[in-house]
Design a protein around this ligand. Sequence first.
Ligand SMILES: O=C1O[C@H](COP(=O)(O)O)[C@@H](O)[C@H](O)[C@H]1O
Length: 240
Amino acid sequence: MSAAPEVAVFPAAEDLAAAAAARLLAALAAAQAARGTASVVLTGGRTGTAVLAAVRAAASEVDWSAVDVYWGDERFLPAGDPERNETQARAALLDHVPVDPARVHPMAPSDGVHGDDPDAAARAYAELLGPDPVFDVLLVGVGEEGHTLSVFPDSPAVRATDPVVAVRDCPKPPPTRVSLSLPLARKARRAWLMTTGAAKAGPVAAAVGGASEVDIPAAGVRGVEETVWFLDEDAAAELS
Ligand SMILES: O=C1O[C@H](COP(=O)(O)O)[C@@H](O)[C@H](O)[C@H]1O
């Protein structure tokens, strides 16, 4: 059963990044203390990448060699493209902590073994995850139109039941992506939605207020144990 969402509002984006980073490190350390390993699903975007940079700057008890790293969505571009979420996450954090490369699981690039076929890349990621993946923490961002992951309003992806989907014709570039679906995202123990800025205030208020996930996909993200909205004051401005 999903818990009622918690809404945490911070004065500025930097405060949000520091707080989310500290809480992420504590959650990963707690998972390792309980089970020996931890898993996190990373997001792209400005807020998510700022959180990863804050994680890098923080002291922690986390054993990075025992963290499985996944991505919630990826821009389907060539390996190393600066717009890929993987590239940004590596630059912000993963290149600077002693992760085990075998535990870092990026989605395929458009010039990889699956060629320029996002459906094949989505199928391969679903196979990698297996039927019952464990995600200790799922990090996601929120777009101006309410998208989360690469699940956009009123799109085939928002109605998807497959665990991982190819996404085409996105309103936000690049147009082709690979994404976890909302049903898979809802298997995470902790789901944290993170966003900043006045342009996000409308979709945040709609999602927190219970909008349909078809209209505002961010409304469809919930953790099994915990759902947290990390917002700055601008993004929280329209909450009632
Ligand atoms: O394209 C994407 O955008 C969202 C939100 O990004 P932001 O820059 O507005 O914070 C992000 O969550 C998603 O992973 C990414 O692919």
